[in-house]
Write a protein that binds this ligand. Structure first.
Ligand code: FAD
Length: 320
């Protein structure tokens, strides 16, 4: 009986959401009186894999086959299911990321496991296996009890704050059975996201909407993001108009994020936009219309013109 955590890499480094998942998994293992093992897929440096120990993993299984370099929900679910069976894992933890979404249900099917997604807190073990989940785009919480059998927990990003130690994890090679049928889905090309900070994992996000008037004005958003070390995002119409790439679109039909700080400039705050950002810890809204609906969800509101406010915020951030 153990806890297995699937950990994702980004450019060879453990993703922040996976550090959170490892820390969460290690805490669950501690509660269950067992140990936590992480699994990483694709070629990677052993020294980086060992850093999983800083977040509580005792061991890392490394399936370093080059066929696994491209994230592939089908093949990854097969490999992680095989590892879970080998390790006798009762609990499997992963981040609620795009890849986590592509894997979780497949994994649950393969392992005949119960699945709880958007988990925001450690489970209660005294009363079965009860987990708290965020639902209805973070407007409410649900408590879900997972009965006997294997359990899969997909952890909502930025809800668990990992405490790091100096520990390192031992790294073991894992040679899974790879079936061609799992590779029918092929990644033909990849495009690097713009900006220095990856949006889904970002702590700080500067986002803008149609109030910016056109793509030629996005330098104002990028300057503030750069000064803060933030990622950039946008509303749906902005990406539909090709002012910004689609991977920056947040909301019901885009990426769902939960940064510590979300700055929304010239965005009205439609319900579909809020669905992707309303679990941000602090929301700052800049809008020239004092009646803009977004102000109702804001922690701080600035009624003003983005063309005046954004440069002033950038200047202030640069002076920090
Ligand atoms: P607008 O609604 O045009 O708002 C622009 C805002 O900028 C206004 O509030 C205005 O007062 C302000 N403004 C203008 N000029 C200035 C200035 N100089 N200074 C300061 N403020 C200024 N939207 C999403 O974002 N994400 C989604 O995932 C999404 N999914 C959708 C799914 C469905 C099924 C549907 C029907 C819609 C979806 N939408 C989504 C669209 C959503 O309903 C809104 O239309 C959209 O969010 C509006 O974008 P916006 O705020 O950038 O533009």
């Amino acid at each position: 009986m153990s806890v297995l955590i699937f950990a994702e890499l980004d450019e060879g480094k453990l993703r922040k959401s996976s550090q959170e998942a490892i820390y969460y998994g290690a805490k669950v293992a501690e509660m269950m009186g067992t140990s936590a093992t992480a699994i990483v897929l694709g070629e990677a440096d052993e020294s980086e894999l060992a850093t999983a120990g800083r977040f509580g993993a005792k061991k890392v299984l490394h399936a370093g086959n080059a066929r696994l370099n491209e994230a592939n929900g089908m093949a990854y679910a097969t490999v992680v299911a095989e590892a879970a069976n080998q390790e006798g894992a009762e609990v499997i933890v992963l981040a609620k990321s795009a890849l986590g979404d592509a894997m979780a249900a497949r994994l649950a099917g393969k392992l005949k496991a119960g699945l709880a997604a958007n988990v925001v807190d450690l489970p209660e073990l005294s009363n079965g296996f009860r987990v708290k989940r965020s639902i209805y785009t973070s407007k409410a919480f649900a408590f879900t009890e997972l009965k006997a059998g294997k359990k899969i927990l997909a952890i909502k990003k930025n809800t668990i704050e990992p405490q790091e130690t100096d520990a390192t994890a031992s790294v073991e090679s894992f040679q899974p059975m790879l079936n061609d049928s799992d590779f029918v889905l092929k990644v033909t090309s990849t495009e690097k996201a713009t900006g220095d900070v990856l949006l889904p994992d970002a702590d700080l996000v500067v986002s803008a909407g149609r109030g910016l008037k056109g793509p030629e004005n996005w330098g104002l958003v990028e300057d503030l993001a750069k000064a803060l070390g933030a990622a950039t995002a946008c509303s749906k119409p902005v990406s539909d108009l090709d002012w910004r790439p689609h991977h920056e679109h947040v909301g019901q039909t885009g990426i769902k994020i939960s940064p510590n700080l979300y700055i929304a400039a010239g965005i009205s705050g439609a319900i579909q936009h809020l669905a992707g950002v309303n679990s941000s810890k602090v929301i700052v809204v800049i809008n020239k219309d004092p009646e803009a609906p977004f102000f109702k969800s804001a922690d701080y509101g600035i009624v003003g013109d983005v063309f005046e406010i954004l440069p002033r915020l950038t200047k202030a951030a640069q002076a920090l």
